[in-house]
Design a protein around this ligand. Structure first.
Ligand code: C2O
Ligand code: CU
Ligand code: CU
Length: 505
């Protein structure tokens, strides 16, 4: 058994003890949103006073047809809002969010990650930090297990390095890389360890004439609370372990409620929900639709015209917004219909220039390849639950809290198709994510679904008291991978399991 679990359970038992003062915590949570933070947070930051920033795109060195990068995880500092002092962050290359990687289909990328993060003093002494090493996971990628950022494959502090190799043989899509330290993913992603990775396929995207250049814009949406000193607040306590951590301010690309000047044209937004646990319902204040062209795993078959769009933690949406009909001076707010007060508005688009737009939203995007359900032989059930283990109330899959010493919860065979049934009897939604694959959503609560409507997914929300069935095709890679709830506090508090892909018998 790995040590972190023990340390973990000790932390939890501490909260379990603290459970006696729950009523007090609740009162506090009521006056400070629902994050259960015990330090006072800054409130009332003015919206739309800072311009949107775009994370820089890193330039690779090309060595033997492999685009190679070096990144360093280190402390940095960032201004998130005009009226806030600088916030200390943990970032890839010391920035928040991390730099964007632009990859090309069938052209491999190698990233050597170096860990120059500060080691916390408690860990230093106990040696338990040895198992709390940061691993880097490329979310949505089809990669060999040793490049997947398995929590057991963390990078040592003090300048340790690891090379990750991404073959990029899969469908083009927006992926993201983020920390995957077991038991600390929530805290470390919140500190800033996340960035975007766009996998392009010129043969498809160029023909479609989608908005590009300055009109293709990444939007990484995250929520944070700031202490009076401008630092990120984070708290693990019974309410945050139950519902997940939520911040009181919405940030896009590291800026609190930014504004973005736009021209009267079509824009393509690569939206990522990089929040620990908050689900957004995106909509435009103008009443204009969001035109969704892609999901986690790439382009849809045809665009979908939506009044609002739900985005759970780790989900991506590729959307087009048409600003062509708006008068100069218009201001359009990207709203979060799930929010209230400071969490109701995400950012604002300001129409500042009239141009002639010649592009159109294509009527057809890419052929849909439906997985053949009849070929699926294995059906697996995964029950998601909240239960008391060793005196702490935590999250489990099939009765098990994650421990890398556990036997895998599933052992699919290479190139096989399987039905995975997620059964959620709890009163919380669980955005369930599988590493290694993009899957199709085939059934919700017994009602057959049209998978092409959902598009390719690596994360699916399993609503409270619901059952969701997905169809998964395992590819050529064998080995151990994790799957988990992407509410990061649920993940850290053990709602994770492993599957082991086996070679053909
Ligand atoms: Cu973004 Cu293991 O996940
Ligand atoms: Cu992942
Ligand atoms: Cu969950």
């Amino acid at each position: 058994m790995r040590l972190p679990r023990r340390k973990f359970l000790r932390q939890l038992v501490t909260f379990a003890g603290a459970a006696l003062c729950l009523p007090r915590l609740r009162t506090f949570a009521q006056s400070h949103g629902h994050d259960g933070i015990t330090t006072s947070a800054i409130t009332g930051l003015a919206p739309f006073v800072d311009a949107l920033r775009i994370p820089p795109v890193l330039k690779p060195k090309t060595v033997k047809k492999v685009d190679t990068y070096a990144m360093t995880m280190q402390v940095g500092s960032v201004k998130c809002h005009r009226d806030l002092p600088a916030t200390e962050i943990w970032g890839y290359n010391g920035i928040f969010p991390g730099p964007t990687i632009v990859a090309h289909k069938k052209r491999a990328v190698s990233i050597v990650q170096t860990n120059n993060l500060p080691m916390s003093h408690d860990g230093h002494e106990t040696g338990e930090m040895a198992h709390m090493l940061p691993a880097v996971h490329l979310h949505g990628a089809e990669v060999a297990p040793d490049s997947d950022g398995h929590p057991n494959d963390g990078i040592p502090f003090g300048g340790g390095t690891r090379e990750y190799l991404y073959p990029n043989q899969q469908r083009a899509c927006a992926l993201w890389y983020h920390d995957h330290t077991h038991g600390k993913t929530g805290e470390r992603v919140l500190k800033g360890l996340a960035g975007l990775y766009l996998l392009r396929d010129a043969s498809i995207e160029a023909k479609l004439k989608l908005p590009s250049g300055a009109r293709e814009v990444p939007l990484i949406i995250q929520d944070r609370s700031f202490g009076l000193d401008g630092q990120f607040l984070y708290a693990l306590n019974p309410p945050t372990v139950e519902a997940g951590f939520q911040g009181d301010n919405l940030l896009v690309n590291g800026v609190v409620q930014p504004f973005m000047p736009v021209e009267t044209a079509l824009y393509r937004f690569r939206v990522l929900n990089g929040s620990n646990s908050r689900t957004y319902k995106l909509a435009l204040s103008s009443g204009d639709p969001l035109i969704q062209i892609g999901t986690d795993g790439g382009l849809l078959q045809r665009p979908k015209t939506l009044v609002s769009l739900d985005l759970a933690p780790s989900e991506r949406a590729d959307i087009i917004i048409d600003f062509t009909k708006l008068p100069l001076g218009s201001q359009v707010v990207l709203q979060n219909l799930n929010g209230a007060g400071s969490t109701a508005a995400i950012m604002r688009f300001d129409v500042t220039k009239r141009v002639k737009e010649t592009r159109k939203v294509p009527a057809f995007l890419q052929p849909w390849e439906e997985l053949a359900e009849s070929e699926s032989v294995i059906v697996r059930d995964f029950t998601l639950a909240r239960q008391t283990i060793d005196g702490a109330l935590i999250w489990t899959i099939n009765g098990k809290a994650y421990d890398s010493a556990n036997a895998p919860l599933a052992s699919p065979v290479v190139d096989s198709l399987e039905h995975w049934n997620f059964i959620n009897p709890t009163n919380h939604p669980h955005p369930m994510h599988l590493h290694l694959v993009q899957f199709q959503v085939v059934n919700i609560n017994g009602v057959p679904q049209e998978p092409s409507e959902f598009g390719w997914k690596d994360t699916v929300v399993v609503p409270p008291a619901s059952e969701v069935t997905i169809l998964v095709k395992f590819g050529k890679y064998t080995g151990r991978y994790v799957f988990h709830c992407h509410n990061l506090e649920h993940e850290d508090f053990a709602m994770m399991g492993e599957f082991q892909v086996l070679p053909k018998p």
